[in-house]
Design a protein around this ligand. Structure first.
Ligand SMILES: Cc1ncc(COP(=O)(O)O)c(C=O)c1O
Length: 402
């Protein structure tokens, strides 16, 4: 009687990274600086909250369309056409409980047990978990840190077998901060078309791009819309992580399958909060611009100061809310480093290896979830930690610059 389903018991147990360890320390009263979770620091803009409150008070409290309210889907279809270059009608859109539910519905609807799904490494660990829950096998295509994690078909093609069904793309990338260029995406698109593969494109950070970088949806490239499920969310762009609101756009045959999953699990997203989502897209652009400006300022401080620390080299993130500094000069596994930083510096960072072996030698530092003042305190603590470690190495104890 006391047994869980095989799909749970046979799925390798996932670690929660540093989050759980930090929560235990935090519960014991430790003053921690949180650079681990990608939780936006900003509050949800007021006009978005007000739209949801108005809808609630107006009685939008009942079951609605399984795919999402027609009004919201119309708004999203317009946005997809105008901003993403994806030709979509309201019926091609499914409103979901965050991006998490969009990708879950896609994996469950499109992947069979025994299929292989390619993950570009470093990968987002949740995707791995969901591929395994679907009974499929994740096949890793490692990108090269020494080549700025550039997306190259030659690194992906060897992972393709007759069982390969799908490639998962995250763009902009958590954890590396890369924003893929049109050329990189075209290389992946050519590969998908040549081998007749699906693409699941996670674009949760579509709006958080810096400098001259441009976010391009792979589904906008010729021949890709018919083989791509693109997943988006309100989570990062509008600081709406707790609202659990996302959406997917997919070709009609795939959407029919995803709808069947949704009809049997979430049913649909809360009716009145969808009014907030509509206000987010149709409202003034300033809140999003301010959020990205603030993230850019934080990125600049974090990267400048990391590069002043001994043994630390950090590339400038092009998008998303993560710095991914190289700490390989210390010669310590990144998990050991993250645990020592938590214990000794009271700063929570993620180990690069949490995102797969290609992330080893790095740490992931989220600059989006603390105030600038707390970020500075965290950086002071990291500076003291790395100074100490570097000097210890110079003194000949096997750690550091020797
Ligand atoms: C790459 C990526 N995909 C999906 C998610 C989850 O998005 P949501 O909270 O909308 O489910 C995150 C959250 O950090 C993420 O980094």
């Amino acid at each position: 009687m006391r047994r869980v389903a095989k799909r749970i018991s046979e799925t390798p147990k996932k670690s929660f990274g540093m989050y759980q360890k930090a929560a235990e320390l935090g519960a014991r009263g430790a003053d921690l600086i949180h650079f681990e979770l990608g939780k936006p620091y900003a509050d949800t803009p007021g006009h978005i909250k007000q739209a949801a409150i108005d809808a609630l008070l107006a009685g939008e409290v009942h079951y609605s369309d399984l795919r999402g309210t027609p009004e919201l889907r119309k708004t999203l279809a317009r946005k997809l056409n105008e901003r993403n270059g994806i030709a979509a009608s309201a019926d091609d859109v499914l409103v979901t409980n965050g991006l998490t539910h969009a990708s879950f519905a896609a994996f469950m609807a499109l992947i069979d047990p025994g299929d292989e799904v390619i993950l570009l490494e470093p990968y987002y660990p949740q995707h791995l978990g969901k591929i395994e829950l679907a009974g499929a096998r994740a096949v890793i295509a490692p990108l090269d840190a020494a080549d700025d994690f550039t997306l190259k078909p030659a690194l992906i093609e060897p992972a393709i077998t007759p069982r390969t069904r799908m490639i998962v793309l995250v763009n902009p990338v958590n954890p590396t901060g890369r924003v893929y260029s049109r050329e990189e995406l075209q290389g992946l698109a050519d590969l998908a078309i040549r081998h007749d593969l699906l693409v699941l494109s996670d674009e949760v950070y579509e709006d958080i791009v810096f400098d001259d970088h441009k976010h391009i949806s792979i589904a906008s490239l010729p021949g890709m819309a018919e083989r791509t499920v693109t997943a988006f969310a309100f989570t990062k762009s509008y600081a709406m992580d707790g609202w659990r609101l996302g959406y997917a756009v997919a070709p009609s045959w795939a959407m029919a399958g995803m709808l069947k999953i949704t009809a049997n699990d979430a049913t649909h997203v809360n009716t009145f909060i969808q009014a907030g989502a509509r206000a987010a897209i149709e409202g003034p652009p300033e809140p999003l611009e301010d959020l990205v400006d603030e993230d850019r300022r934080k990125r600049d401080v974090v990267v400048r100061r990391l590069n002043q620390m001994p043994g630390v080299r950090c590339a400038l993130p092009q998008g998303a809310i993560y710095a991914f500094p190289d700490i390989s000069d210390f010669g310590l596994p990144s998990q050991v480093m993250a645990e020592r930083i938590l214990e000794e510096a009271r700063v929570v960072v993620e180990a690069g290896s949490f995102y797969g072996p290609a992330g080893e030698g790095h740490l992931r530092i989220c600059f989006g979830s603390e105030s600038i003042e707390r970020i500075e305190i965290g950086l002071d603590r990291l500076q003291a930690f790395f100074n100490g470690l570097w000097q210890a190495g110079a003194a000949g104890n096997g750690v550091g610059n020797g």
